[in-house]
Write a protein that binds this ligand. Structure first.
Ligand SMILES: NC(=O)C1=CN([C@@H]2O[C@H](COP(=O)(O)OP(=O)(O)OC[C@H]3O[C@@H](n4cnc5c(N)ncnc54)[C@H](OP(=O)(O)O)[C@@H]3O)[C@@H](O)[C@H]2O)C=CC1
Ligand SMILES: CC(=O)N[C@@H](CCC(=O)OP(=O)(O)O)C(=O)O
Length: 342
C-alpha cells in the first residue's frame, strides 16, 4: 500500500518533524505541503534539513491543496484544525497535531484556550489503556500535547494499578522548540541561554487539564495534577519528574512489577534497568520514551521520571505511530527508535 500524505503547517517545527519522520516511512509518498504566510516559498528555504523535499513549493492551506490524499497531518496553530478538517472527506484520515480535539470537557477547553470547544477525536497515545482499540480504523485522530505524552506515559501504570493517591505533582523541563517558530521576546537566545525559568505556574498551563483527563480515565476517579514546566536552554526534549503519594502497603518491588507489566510489550516506552535514569539526549529524534520509577520511603511517594523528544514521541512520531495503528499497519513501521546523543 502506498499512502499519499499531505502536511499542513509544513514550514513549522511540528510539520517539519512530521515530514522528517514520514521520509523514513516505507509506505508513504509525500503529497502537498502547505503553510500560511510562507506559502509560495521553497520548503528547502525554511526546512533545509528535509533535503529530499527541498524543491517542493509550499501551497496555501486550503481544501483544494489538501484534497486527494489518504492521510492529512495538520500542524497548525490552535483553533484552525476544525475548519480545515471540515473541508476534507470523511474517508481521509486526518491527524491533528494541535490541541483542538484533545479535551472531552468543553468547560476545560474554554477556560484554558478561550474559544468555543470543537469536540473530541480518538486520542493518539496508543499506550494508554483502551486507546489503541479506539484508534483502529479511526478517520480523525487528536495527537496529545507533548507534556501530557510524557506525564501520561510516566504515571498511567501507577494509576492503572491503583498504587498512588489521585494528586500528582509534576515538574518538567522543556526545550524551546515546543513554543513553535513564531518569534517571542522570552525565547531570544540571550534570554534562554544560561538560564532555567518556570512558566505556566499555579495550574495555568493549558496541558494541565489534558494530563488530569488522561490520568482520571485510567484511575477511574478524579485525579488532580499540579504542573510546573521550566524552559531550559536546549532546542528539543522534555524531562518530566512526576510524583504522587504511595497508597498504603506499596513496596518498591510491587511498584517495579507493575511498571514492568504495564510497559513490557510497548515498543516505544522503555522502563530502564534499576538505578539508570532517563535523559533527554538519549531520545533526541527518537519515537522513544524512557522511564524510571522509584519509591521514596521517607516521603511515602512514588517518583517517576520520563524523557521524550517533544517533537518526535511528543508530536510527529506519536502522530505517525497512531497513523500506523489506525490503518492496520505494523505500529512500529518507519519510526525511529535510536536517539542522537550526545
Ligand atoms: N512544537 C512542539 O513541540 C509541538 C507542537 N504541537 C502543535 O503543532 C502545531 C504547530 O506548532 P509548531 O510547529 O510548534 O508551530 P510553528 O509556529 O513552528 O508552525 C506553525 C505552522 O502553521 C502555519 N500557519 C500559521 N498560521 C497559519 C494560517 N493562518 N493558515 C495556515 N497555516 C498557518 C505556519 O506557516 P507559516 O510558516 O507560513 O507561518 C507553520 O507552518 C500547534 O498546534 C502546536 O500546538 C504539538 C505538540 C508539540
Ligand atoms: C517551550 C514551550 O512553550 N512549550 C510549549 C509546549 C506546548 C506544545 O507544543 O504543545 P501544544 O501542541 O499543546 O501546543 C508550551 O509549554 O506551551
Amino acid at each position: 500500500m502506498t499512502l499519499r500524505v499531505a502536511v499542513a503547517g509544513a514550514s513549522g517545527y511540528a510539520g517539519g518533524e512530521v515530514l522528517r519522520v514520514l521520509l523514513g516511512h516505507p509506505e508513504v509518498e509525500i503529497g502537498a505541503v502547505t503553510a500560511g504566510a510562507n506559502a509560495g516559498q521553497r520548503l528547502g528555504a525554511l526546512q533545509p534539513h528535509l533535503l529530499p523535499l527541498a524543491d517542493r513549493v509550499l501551497q496555501d492551506t486550503d481544501a483544494e491543496a489538501l484534497a486527494g490524499h489518504d492521510v492529512v497531518f495538520l500542524a497548525l496553530p490552535h483553533g484552525q484544525s476544525a475548519a480545515v478538517a471540515a473541508g476534507l472527506g470523511e474517508e481521509t484520515l486526518v491527524i491533528d497535531c494541535g490541541a483542538d480535539f484533545r479535551l472531552r470537557d468543553a468547560a476545560d477547553w474554554e477556560r484554558f484556550y478561550g474559544t468555543p470547544h470543537a469536540g473530541r477525536w480518538p486520542y493518539g497515545l496508543p499506550e494508554l489503556p483502551g486507546a489503541r482499540a479506539e484508534l483502529v480504523g479511526a478517520k480523525r485522530i487528536a495527537v496529545p500535547g507533548c507534556f501530557p505524552t510524557a506525564v501520561s506515559l510516566a504515571l498511567f501504570p501507577a494509576y492503572a494499578a491503583a498504587l498512588v493517591e489521585p494528586e500528582a505533582v509534576v515538574v518538567a523541563a522543556t526545550g524551546t522548540s515546543g513554543a513553535g517558530k513564531t518569534p517571542k521576546p522570552h525565547l531570544l537566545g540571550s534570554e534562554v541561554m544560561g538560564s532555567v525559568s518556570p512558566y505556566g505556574v499555579g495550574g495555568t498551563h493549558r496541558h494541565t487539564p489534558e494530563m488530569a483527563q488522561n490520568l482520571t480515565e485510567v484511575a477511574g476517579e478524579p485525579v488532580t495534577v499540579s504542573f510546573t514546566p521550566h524552559l531550559v536552554p536546549m532546542s528539543r526534549g522534555i524531562l518530566a519528574t512526576c510524583s504522587a503519594k504511595a497508597r498504603p502497603g506499596v513496596t518498591a518491588a510491587g511498584l517495579r512489577e507493575a511498571y514492568t507489566k504495564a510497559l513490557r510489550d510497548e515498543p516505544f516506552v522503555h522502563l530502564l534497568p534499576e538505578g539508570q535514569w532517563p535523559a533527554t539526549a538519549a531520545v533526541q529524534g527518537a519515537n522513544t520514551a524512557l522511564i524510571q520509577v522509584a519509591l521514596d520511603p521517607a516521603a511515602g511517594r512514588v517518583v517517576v521520571v520520563a524523557a521524550i523528544d517533544n517533537l518526535t514521541k511528543g508530536t510527529a512520531g506519536g502522530a505517525v505511530q497512531s497513523m500506523n495503528v489506525a490503518l492496520g499497519l505494523p505500529e512500529t513501521l518507519g519510526l525511529p527508535v535510536t536517539g542522537l546523543a550526545p
